[in-house]
Design a protein around this ligand. Structure first.
Ligand code: ZN
Length: 283
């Protein structure tokens, strides 16, 4: 299933003339193009970092409570994989698109690697619905405080003994319990305070066009965002390497568009189309 990029221009023009939001929902595929291993792919980080566990068992609060050091070793390893990569052309296009659209732009991301921020997207218009590995919080939730990531992972190559060496600084400053990564685990729920759930749904209700980029639809809030946007008759654009959970509905929708290819190649073209549109039509 492949459609043409030309169809984007009228969809964007309609959105802007109706004064609705232009929203991008991004997932692991966008980061994969920078070299961050994906969660579920056959070359995924689960294979490399968690040989002895299934992801749905490992990345749970239940597992963390019993094996905090194991989870921290994995998270520190992941953090080194983020440190070693750079934002790609897709990230940079999204930062440029925000510059063009300002408050008409929203970015909802499942990625916890902060590559969107590093490319230049603003915190106020970027909702990290799965949290971020740049912050931690108390695993006993003794306060609402969110701390900066306490460990320096700048030493290379990553050494798992870093967790033992750093155990003291991984503790909560208030109660002394172990801190946890400020990321959503498989046995937890989305909320507004930590994961901007309501902001993301509010965005879906007010968006004129939703670009789904580098994500297969395997988690439930992204699915809810897409179905909410469809319910409000927004245009949905599916930008992925392969067909996925979103594709069949998007392909059948007269307002939908399916684009196959790398986000690092397609998003700069969308930026260019938008730039031309804003210059020519005074939107
Ligand atoms: Zn605490």
């Amino acid at each position: 299933m492949k459609q043409t990029l030309e169809k984007i221009k009228p969809l964007l023009a309609k959105t802007l003339s109706q004064n609705k939001l232009v929203t991008f929902l991004t997932g692991a595929g966008v980061s994969a193009e920078s070299g961050v291993p994906t969660y579920r792919g056959s070359d995924g980080i689960w294979v490399e970092g968690t040989r002895n566990y299934k992801p749905q068992d490992f990345a749970t609060l239940k597992f963390f409570k019993n094996n905090p050091a194991e989870v921290w070793k994995f998270m520190l390893y992941r953090k080194t994989t983020f440190r070693d990569v750079q934002p790609n052309a897709g990230h940079i296009a999204l930062a440029n698109i925000e510059q063009l659209l300002q408050d008409r732009f929203r970015l909802i991301t499942q990625n916890i690697d902060r590559l969107h921020h590093r490319a230049g997207n603003s915190s106020s218009r970027t909702y990290e619905i799965h949290g971020s590995l740049e912050t931690v919080r108390c695993s006993e939730e003794c306060s609402n405080e969110i701390y900066p990531f306490p460990i320096d992972v700048s030493e290379a190559p990553y050494d798992a003994s870093l967790v033992e060496k750093s155990w003291e600084v991984l503790k909560c400053l208030h109660c002394g319990s172990i801190t946890r990564p400020n990321v959503l685990m498989f046995d937890e729920y989305y909320d507004e305070r930590l994961y901007k759930m309501e902001s993301a749904i509010e965005t879906a209700l007010n968006t004129g066009i939703l670009f789904i980029v580098g994500t297969s639809g395997a988690t439930n809030l992204p699915n809810h965002i897409a179905s909410t946007a469809r319910f409000k008759e927004s245009s949905i654009v599916d930008i992925n390497l392969e067909d996925n959970d979103f594709t069949a509905e998007v392909a059948d929708d007269p307002n939908g568009l399916v684009l196959r290819g790398k986000s690092g190649e397609i998003l700069p073209k969308i930026e260019q189309i938008l730039r031309e549109l804003l210059e020519s039509e005074n939107l």
